[in-house]
Design a binder for this molecule. Structure first.
Ligand SMILES: [Zn+2]
Ligand SMILES: [Zn+2]
Length: 347
């Protein structure tokens, strides 16, 4: 049965978002329909609105969701009506070389299916990938955050970098993803966690999420030098969570010999990074990326829920404000102004 619902839609870059009524087709074979209960307002949504991430318009926004299964298509065995689920914005086919070698976030199909269903078709123009079972009793706003920001940040620490206890870490950018990198490092037992941002409220949050030192990028004359001093010669790991070549260069320079710099932030398509070539040879540093926290959602989502339930993962503290869907434009304005750790639209 087709259903009607409200959606936040971007029809034009750099214009206010619209809240419109849409129709959602019934699930086809192998699909389920999910009634969203909460959806985080992520910086990637803002990047789609302002054109940093090029997306075909009109575009239904939102990819950090949690909700309840309301209808199942033919051939679905793993889900039943009433199941609570967290969405994954990366589709995972389970058959390609990346899926079968444990790196489903790099799935060949997923890359094609970021704005459609895996077969390329659309039911609502916003189908964003396979929902996954989660423990019932998990509050939906908190569950939604796991879907993108938490998975991306904590996953970069646990899965991509594999930060070990006692490590020294630099985190550039303390927004929705950066705060999760910081808390991931704290959970992993990092010794020194240096957080860098330009906004005082973000640096305050960084401390709350486990940063041992904070630096104001606007006031710091030589960021690399200061980080080297704090970490005794350079950080073991540096996480760039903004997506700016200039900051990637700083991250790379601030890691010690043999250290690893990871680019977690999503940069514009025309942004470049330049490195001193000789330092790549003599210092044996690694520069790599982390996409969606190298997520294996079926494995990682339950672990993140367990960490939250054990009071080790901060999710309540991430939600600065909740909004009604009609307040979507305000939610994006607050995001752009850096007022929230995370804003969540609750349905
Ligand atoms: Zn996101
Ligand atoms: Zn695949």
């Amino acid at each position: 049965m087709a259903r009607r619902g409200k959606a936040v839609i971007c029809r034009q870059n750099n214009a206010p978002v619209a809240v419109e009524e849409i129709e959602v087709e019934s699930p086809h074979r192998g699909e389920v329909m999910v009634k969203l209960g909460a959806c985080g307002v992520c910086h990637s949504d803002l990047s789609a609105i302002n054109g940093t991430i090029g997306m075909p318009l009109p575009l239904i926004l939102g990819h950090e969701g949690a909700g309840t299964v309301v209808e199942v298509g033919d051939g679905v065995t793993g889900f039943a009506v009433g199941d609570t689920v967290i969405s994954s914005f990366v589709n995972m086919c389970g058959k390609c070389r990346y899926c079968v070698t444990g790196r489903p976030h790099l799935c060949d199909v997923g890359a094609k299916a970021i704005i459609a269903l895996p077969d390329g078709s659309l039911r609502t123009r916003d189908a964003k990938g396979a929902p996954l079972n989660i423990a019932s009793g998990m509050p939906l706003p908190q569950a939604a955050l796991i879907s993108c920001g938490v998975m991306t940040g904590v996953g970069a620490v646990f899965n991509t970098a594999k930060v070990e206890p006692g490590a020294s870490v630099l985190v550039i950018g303390a927004g929705g993803v950066g705060l999760n990198v910081i808390q991931g490092c704290a959970i992993a037992g990092a010794g020194i966690i240096v957080a860098v941002d330009m906004a005082d409220n973000k640096l305050e949050l960084a401390r709350q999420f486990g940063a041992t030192h904070t630096l104001d990028a606007g006031k710091e004359e030589n960021l690399v030098k200061t980080v080297k001093k704090l970490t005794g010669g350079g950080a073991d790991y540096a996480f760039e969570c903004i997506g700016l070549g200039k900051m990637v260069e700083q991250a790379f320079r601030a890691v010690r010999k043999g250290g690893t710099a990871l680019v977690v932030g999503v940069a514009r398509g025309d942004d470049n990074t330049s490195l001193k070539t000789a330092s790549i040879t003599f210092e044996e540093k690694t520069l790599t990326g982390s996409y969606y926290g190298s997520a294996r959602p079926r494995e990682d989502f339950p672990r993140l829920i367990a960490l939250y339930q054990a009071k080790k993962l901060k999710l309540d503290e991430l939600i600065t404000r909740t909004y009604r869907i009609d307040e979507a434009a305000q939610a994006f304005a607050d995001l752009e102004a850096g007022r929230n750790a995370r804003g969540v639209i609750v349905f």
